[in-house]
Structures are given as structure tokens and as C-alpha cells.
Design a protein around this ligand. Structure first.
Ligand code: ARG
Length: 534
């Protein structure tokens, strides 16, 4: 029976250099090595175990479920109901939670110290096998929980069979998913910070680079490129806040709820919560096993973030197109065409725009999944996993892509400036000038609109209209009006908090640089790809 034969039976495994009880303070951190975001795995084993080697009911599951049934479960039922093909990635969280549960059971006297030691050793061995890719995942054992438990029982014997005392897969999976998501959120927060960092650095170099600001994708008013970039930093900051906020509600312990009603054993849920670094214990067992609102909230925050990133993606696509020509990307961040030799395509940005649809889809799928479910746990909930996992993967990949893309942007200042000179972009400045000369805004608006029309008739830009032409429309206009009609004059005049003036943008850049630096200093593992966020 494959690699399992090679594994040492319980009691004979090498003592771990780091005791497994250690991770309870720092859940499965260093002692179990650099975690894999997805356990490496052998192909799923479809075959049922030949013999129930240790008499564990888990090994006989394909033949009879816990002795309750008189005939084997149909093959299609096994494969239809199995989640092991995708929930393997909960293994780390599952083992963490089992360690905390076992330790608590021993502390309250439900489990002997000897059994606890065997379980701890066995689970360490299970994790080693999972990390090494030698663990044999079996469809017949349905999901990650039963696969881990069955292997543990092979390794630890009776002790392994005692682990499931005072819990159910219902509170187990709810706990695992929360642990998994908490860790992923922490990584997402770092990755958001990296994108913000790239945007802020680019903004720092372009506090006074003028570009056209658009409404309706028509040239509206000149803005500074730095200001435009910082708009995305603000959006991402609110996305970040939403993740942090959702993390707070997520970080509560369902374990101890058992199937739905709690357990008859004298469990210490606070202790388990402390071990697993949950901030609180879920106060209602029925709610704790049945709701997945925490996953929905994260997908909602993720969907909104993808919507924000899709807007930036769209702008990158536009700015890169020859019609705009505002920016360039280095070759290693663009792709070619298989037929048109001259093409350089912004595929990454386009895909990010496209992938936003997929994350929004997952959010809708999750909402629909929970809608109308009677309390408490229903198997429907197993369907949450793929949506959640794909959301998490898409968010990580997209954030990493944007950190690189933005850092790679090269700006064509002249193209931006030329475009800003189009469309009479400083017309509002002339209206504001007239207002300062005592003209009511509506009248000023009307006079400038006529000036724009006149400029169009003469085929020139508004600032090129002769003074006499302007004065014919509004006698209050003096020669100094031409200063407010320049791009630089226009942006510099918007000198208040939130305005596009270079001095304001520079101040904002400094604020963000400071905030991001402080945040990075607080983060234990500042590398976005570190994968460790406990
Ligand atoms: N794989 C299941 C899930 O993801 C675990 C819980 C199964 N519970 C049960 N009573 N069948 O939801």
C-alpha cells in the first residue's frame, strides 16, 4: 500500500527536534517548515484500501459508514461527495486545530498524556508527509479531515481514534477555513501594501507631471499624474480596511460547537482559542457550524478590490495604446502577438480586468450557496471551498502582478502634456477667474462656453484666443487671465487638501511613504511572498 508502508508505526517515529506542542503558541510555524500554500500531493488514489488494517471505521468507509449501513456507498456517491480534490490545502490548518484540540482534551482530563504525545507525534509525521508530497490522499476518505485522521490512526493507533472526541467535522471545517483565511488575509494585506508602495513611488516621481483628467473619458481638467495614481492608493487603502475589518469577525473560534449543539465533554474553548490565536470564541454552536459569512465578507472585499484593480488595468490598457501613448512597459511585462509581429500587448492588465469577473462570480456563488439554507450545517457548505480558494489565488496573483506592473511603468510626459492641452482643459479656470472678478458663476460659465465656441471656430485652443476676443465676451477679462489658462497654473491653483496641486501631491506622497514604512516595520514578515503571516 504505497508509501504508507514505509512510514514508521506509532511510537517509533523519531522525536521531533521541535516539540509539536510548541506550535500551539505559534501555530505550526517554523517547526513544521516553510508552509506550502497548497500541499504538494500525489495524484488522488481512487482505490479503496484492501483491508481495514487497524480496524478503524475510517478505512472501511467505502464499504460501510460507521457500521450503520449494510452495503457499500456507490462509487459515484463517493466521488460526488468527496472534497479531497480541493480541500487538501486546509491540511495545515486542520493539523493546527487538531493539535490545539488534543492539547485541550488532555488538559481537561479527557485524553491521557500518553495519547496526547502519540497524537502530537503522529500529526507531525502527517505534516512531514504532506509537505514532502508523499501523503496518499484517498477519495474514499472523502475530505482532508478524514484523510488526516485516518493516517494519524495508522501512525498513532488507538490515540488517533480518540482525537475526534468532543468535535465534529462541522466545527472542524469551520475552524480550518477560518484559520486558513486568516493567514491568507495577512498575506493579502502585505501584498496590498506592496502595490500601494509601487503606486506611491511612481507618484513621488510625478507630483508635477501634468496629464488630462477625464470625465466621460473626455478631457475635463488638467491633473497631476501623481494625484491620479494616489487615487488608487486611496481605493486600495479602503480595500485594506475592509480586509482588516473582516479579519476581526473571522478571528473567532467555532471549535467546540461539535456537530451543532455542543458536546457533553468538559471542554475549555477559551484555551483552544488562545492556542490558535483566535480573539474570541463563537458564542452559539448552531451559528458557528452553519454560517460562512466570514468567507463571503472576504470575497466581497476581494471582489471590490478586483473592481478597483480592473479600473487601473483598464487605464493601463488605454495609456499603453498608441492613441494615448502615455506610458510604456518593459518587454518582460508585455506579450507579443503570434500573427502581428509589431504588437506588444498588455495581457497582464487585460487578464486582471477579466479576472475581476471571476471573483465577483465567486462572491455571488457564495451568497447563493448560503441563501435559504436551514440551520445548521448542510453539505452544501462544502461548495464554498473552490470559490474561496480560487478567490484567494486570484487576489494574490493579481496583487503581485500589479506591484510589478506599476513599478515597471515608464511615463511619456510629453504625450501626457500634449493630451492635456487638448479639449480646452483649462476652461473652468477661466470661469473661476471671472468669478473672482465678481461675475456670478453661471454667467461666467456661459461667457467661457462662448469663448470655447469661438476658439473652435478659429481652430485654436482657448489660451490662444486674442485678448480682444475674450474681452468681447467678458469685459472683466484682463491680460493676467492667460496665466490661469496654463496647465501649470491650473493644477497649482487647486492647492487644498485633496486637490491636484503638486505641493499637495508631494505632501500626500510623504504621508503615504511614512504610513507604508511604519506598517512594513510592524509586519513580522514584510516580504509579500513569504507565505507566513501568523
Ligand atoms: N468536507 C466537509 C465540508 O467541507 C466537511 C464537513 C462534513 N460534515 C458532515 N457532516 N458531512 O463542509
Amino acid at each position: 500500500m504505497t508509501d504508507r508502508k514505509t512510514a514508521r508505526p506509532a511510537g517509533q517515529s523519531e522525536p521531533l527536534s521541535e516539540p509539536l506542542s510548541e506550535p500551539l503558541g505559534e501555530p505550526l510555524g517554523e517547526p513544521l517548515g516553510e508552509p506550502l500554500s497548497e500541499p504538494r500531493s500525489k495524484p488522488l488514489s481512487e482505490k479503496p484500501p484492501d483491508q481495514p488494517r487497524d480496524g478503524s471505521p475510517l478505512h472501511a468507509k467505502d464499504r460501510a459508514w460507521s457500521g450503520r449501513f449494510s452495503e457499500p456507498v456507490a462509487q459515484f456517491v463517493l466521488s460526488y461527495t468527496a472534497s479531497i480534490g480541493f480541500d487538501q490545502r486546509l491540511a495545515r490548518a486542520d493539523i493546527q486545530a487538531s493539535l490545539a484540540h488534543a492539547s485541550m482534551l488532555a488538559a481537561v482530563g479527557v485524553l491521557s498524556a500518553v495519547d496526547l504525545a502519540r497524537i502530537e507525534q503522529g500529526l507531525a509525521q502527517v505534516w512531514t508527509e504532506i509537505e514532502a508530497g508523499t501523503f496518499e490522499w484517498r477519495v474514499a476518505l472523502e475530505d482532508v479531515h478524514l484523510n488526516v485522521e485516518a493516517r494519524l490512526t495508522e501512525l498513532a493507533g488507538e490515540a488517533g481514534k480518540r482525537l475526534h472526541t468532543a468535535r465534529s467535522r462541522n466545527d472542524q471545517v469551520a475552524t480550518d477555513l477560518r484559520l486558513y483565511l486568516r493567514r491568507e488575509v495577512d498575506r493579502l494585506l502585505e501584498e496590498i501594501g506592496a502595490v500601494q508602495g509601487s503606486l506611491v513611488e511612481l507618484a513621488a516621481a510625478h507630483t508635477d507631471t501634468v496629464m488630462p483628467g477625464y470625465t466621460h473619458l473626455q478631457v475635463a481638467q488638467p491633473v497631476t499624474f501623481g494625484h491620479h495614481l494616489l487615487a488608487y492608493v486611496e481605493m486600495l487603502e479602503r480595500d485594506r480596511e475592509r480586509f482588516v475589518d473582516a479579519r476581526g469577525r473571522l478571528n473567532r473560534l467555532p471549535l467546540g460547537s461539535a456537530a451543532l449543539a455542543g458536546t457533553t465533554f468538559p471542554i475549555d474553548r477559551e484555551r483552544v482559542a488562545r492556542d490558535l490565536k483566535f480573539e474570541a470564541v463563537c458564542q452559539n454552536s448552531i451559528d458557528a457550524v452553519s454560517d460562512r459569512d466570514f468567507a463571503i465578507e472576504l470575497c466581497a472585499a476581494g471582489a471590490l478590490m478586483m473592481v478597483h484593480l480592473s479600473r487601473l488595468a483598464e487605464e493601463l490598457v488605454l495609456w499603453l495604446s498608441p492613441g494615448f501613448g502615455f506610458i510604456e512597459l518593459p518587454d518582460h511585462l508585455t506579450t507579443g502577438s503570434s500573427i502581428m509581429p509589431q504588437k506588444r500587448n498588455p495581457d497582464v492588465a487585460e487578464l486582471a480586468r477579466g479576472k475581476s469577473g471571476r471573483v465577483i462570480g465567486h462572491l455571488v456563488a457564495l451568497l447563493t450557496l448560503i441563501k435559504g439554507q436551514p440551520l445548521a450545517y448542510n453539505k452544501d457548505n462544502q461548495e464554498d471551498k473552490e470559490a474561496v480558494f480560487d478567490t484567494v489565488d486570484t487576489l494574490h496573483a493579481t496583487l503581485r502582478a500589479f506591484a510589478e506592473l506599476v513599478a515597471g511603468i515608464r511615463v511619456n510626459r510629453d504625450a501626457m502634456r500634449r493630451a492635456a492641452l487638448q479639449g480646452h482643459s483649462t476652461a473652468t479656470d477661466l470661469a473661476d477667474y471671472l468669478v473672482r472678478r465678481g461675475v456670478a458663476f453661471r454667467d461666467a460659465h456661459e461667457a467661457v462656453a462662448r469663448a470655447v465656441r469661438r476658439a473652435d471656430e478659429l481652430g485654436c485652443a482657448l489660451p490662444q484666443l486674442p485678448l480682444q476676443e475674450l474681452q468681447a465676451l467678458a469685459p472683466q477679462i484682463g491680460a493676467d487671465a492667460f496665466e490661469v489658462l496654463t496647465l501649470e497654473g491650473s493644477v497649482a491653483a487647486r492647492d487644498h487638501v485633496g486637490g491636484t496641486a503638486p505641493s499637495q501631491v508631494a505632501a500626500q506622497v510623504r504621508c503615504w511613504q511614512k504610513a507604508l514604512e511604519q506598517r512594513a516595520a510592524l509586519t513580522p514578515n514584510p516580504s509579500p511572498a513569504s507565505g507566513r503571516g501568523e
